[in-house]
Design a protein around this ligand. Structure first.
Ligand code: UDP
Length: 246
């Protein structure tokens, strides 16, 4: 499939058109940003590692009946995906309190939530991705009420699948962010990526609050060993998927 022009360049990925209008090519970059791009850097090999991890997780979710935009991984840091209109909503699912939830509510980091919490944020860098209420989301027409119900239902289902899978990897899925898109035929698909850039992942073999971190918090908080943490996630995901799928 021949690649045409650059459609969009984001913080971690570049999107290209292909000769099929329904298919786009995503190039995963090594660039890393945090705090609404106020902190910038590079995580060597991140593009390939995140592309590989996201590929495994999309395949796992597809096999469990979740429709995703994933088509193929033609190169180590490239993914072919179905073209969608991305909803301007970031869907965050939390199992354990961390990050902005703790900063905004005072809940202690590490508190296990009684049930998973689904939150919606406005995907808008200029406004700093603010937390939305259901009514604000509908007011801004970021999704229809039916789509909102579907987003919540799918997010919770995805959480169940990923939590069980990461548990098999010896990793606790603390929280994560999802993005969804709509195809030309109005089908809702899980899009973007699922990777250590978009999840909080804690190594179950470590109790120390800094040593257990296997995700982008290592970059955000200058904890060091960012590349080796991502590599460790990739190795465990591949080993567990192989063990599960034969
Ligand atoms: N997240 C993300 N992109 C964003 C904001 C959050 O991937 O623009 C992920 C983040 O990595 C974490 C979860 O969503 O796994 C919840 O993030 P939180 O709201 O705690 O914000 P943060 O502490 O990252 O500012």
């Amino acid at each position: 499939m021949s690649v045409h022009q650059k459609l969009y360049e984001g913080k971690a990925k570049i999107l290209y058109t292909t000769d099929d209008p329904e298919v786009l090519l995503t190039h995963f970059k090594d660039d890393a940003t945090a705090f609404n791009a106020q902190k910038r850097g590079q995580i060597v090999g991140k593009g390939e590692m995140n592309c590989a991890i996201a590929t495994q997780l999309f395949k796992l979710l597809e096999a469990a009946g979740i429709p995703t935009h994933f088509i193929d991984r033609p190169a180590p840091n490239e993914m072919l995906v179905k073209s969608v209109r991305i909803l301007l909503v970031e869907v965050v699912v939390r199992n354990i309190a961390a990050g902005s939830l703790c900063q905004q509510t005072g809940l202690p980091v590490g508190k296990v939530l009684p049930t998973p919490l689904v939150e919606f944020y406005f995907k808008n860098d200029a406004l700093g991705d603010p937390l939305l209420t259901r009514d604000r989301l509908l007011l801004l027409e970021l999704a229809t009420p039916e789509q909102l119900d579907q987003l919540t239902e799918q997010a919770l289902q995805i959480n169940k699948i990923l939590t069980a899978f990461f548990d098999q990897c010896g990793i606790t899925l603390v929280d994560f962010k999802l993005e969804f898109g709509v195809t030309s035929t109005q089908q809702l698909l899980l899009a973007d990526e699922i990777s250590p850039d978009t999840c909080r992942l804690w190594n179950q073999a470590e109790t120390d609050p800094d040593r257990r971190v296997m995700d982008k918090d290592r970059f955000r908080r200058d904890l060091g060993n960012v590349e080796s943490a991502y590599q460790q996630v990739l190795e465990r995901v591949l080993a567990t998927n192989t063990a599960t799928n034969g």
